[in-house]
Design a protein around this ligand. Structure first.
Ligand code: ACO
Length: 322
């Protein structure tokens, strides 16, 4: 049987950290560091300079992941980028990343648009390709420049997000690997978190900024994250006690804590980066994974539970042996 393992991780954050105080001053927000820290746990975020795109961030994260895996760009035979903030309407950020990496072997490249669940969706898809035997070495990336779709006059949303990218190399292996994955969507909840605009006739029409009902998102997120985590644990015949690290989508420290509590996973076994990254949407899980690996906390052979929830609504989880 063909299994799939993560052979390398990498990440990239643009520029210097921007503190809550600096953000408030830059945009004249009626807010405070105390309010943001208390409600979200966020202290800093990184923001891409004008002209820096998701594929630029993806390129740096991918180079680091390939180096960690001991692979060259030409070894990659599948490229998936999870993003809701691609460089262009088309081509995909994945195709642009392929070009920037100098990959000329015709490897398929496409984007996955599942907002903050995008990375879990992309890992789930890549695992199915590899398990089928059709592909052997996938580059799977989450990359976002959410700063481009924020309304800087809306204090309820603009303080929450940041820019960044994380990447993994996934390879065919004789040993597991990915143990179980699940992904879901319920489009009836599209109204509580969306960017309800489009490009039409050469101009942005509708509302091109992120809009959110924060409390509705909070309630929905905690429920489905706990449910989907239980789903993959059951599928792998494991319990939460066997999980070495919970690596959740980094939306808000209170959502992270509530989900960990429901799963009976103590805070010490949860990778938390939201304080310094903010919510980087599809990039947040691979960023947290890479930080855990590079800090030496996550080690080979440990069991990791990745889980995400995002606009759509979409949600999913992946349980793996690292
Ligand atoms: N600074 C100061 N006051 C603020 C700010 C701010 N940045 N933002 C909102 N407020 C005010 C509101 O205007 C409101 O004022 P009012 O009482 O005078 O009307 C007051 O704070 C309370 O607003 P609520 O929205 O009720 O605040 P709440 O406690 O729900 O916290 C928050 C808001 C942090 C957004 C919370 O609902 C939350 O964390 N929701 C989860 C959403 C989330 O994480 N989204 C990320 C994207 S989705 C995802 O990744 C899955």
């Amino acid at each position: 049987m063909i299994h799939t393992r993560i052979s390398g991780t990498g990440s990239y954050l643009p520029g210097e950290p921007v503190s809550n105080a600096a953000l408030i001053a830059a945009h004249g927000l009626d807010s405070s560091d105390e309010w943001i820290v208390e409600r979200t746990g966020i202290r800093n975020r990184h923001l891409a300079a004008p002209g820096v795109t998701s594929s630029d961030l993806a390129l740096e994260a991918s180079r680091r992941a390939l180096q960690a895996a001991g692979r060259q760009p030409g070894d990659v035979d599948l490229i998936i980028v999870a993003t809701s903030t691609p460089d262009y309407v088309f081509p995909s950020a994945a195709a642009l990343l392929q070009s920037k990496l100098g990959i000329t072997n015709g490897a398929p490249a496409f984007d996955v648009q599942a907002v903050c669940s995008g990375f879990v969706y992309a890992v789930t898809i890549a695992e199915k390709f590899i398990r089928s035997g059709s592909h052997k070495c996938a580059l799977v990336v989450g990359a976002e420049v959410f700063s481009r779709i924020l309304d800087w006059k809306d204090r309820g949303t603009c303080v929450l997000f940041g820019d960044g990218a994380g990447a993994v190399v996934m390879e065919a292996s004789a040993e597991p690997g990915i143990l179980a994955s699940a992904f879901h969507a319920d489009g009836s909840h599209h109204g509580i978190l969306s960017v309800p605009g489009q490009v039409c006739g050469g101009v942005a029409t509708g509302d091109p900024f992120l809009r959110m009902d924060g409390q509705a998102v909070f309630k929905f997120a905690v429920k489905v994250l706990a449910d989907v985590a239980s789903e993959v644990l059951t599928a792998a015949d494991m319990t939460a006690a066997q999980v070495d690290w919970l690596i959740p989508h980094q939306a808000n420290v209170r959502i992270l804590q509530a989900t960990a509590k429901r799963l009976h996973i103590p805070a010490e076994r949860c990778i938390v980066t939201v304080a310094d990254h903010g919510n980087t949407s599809a990039a947040s899980i691979p960023l947290a994974l890479d930080e855990g690996v590079r800090s030496g906390r996550i080690r080979r052979g440990q069991h990791l539970l990745l889980e995400g929830v995002g606009g759509g609504f979409t949600w999913g989880a992946t349980l793996l042996r690292f």
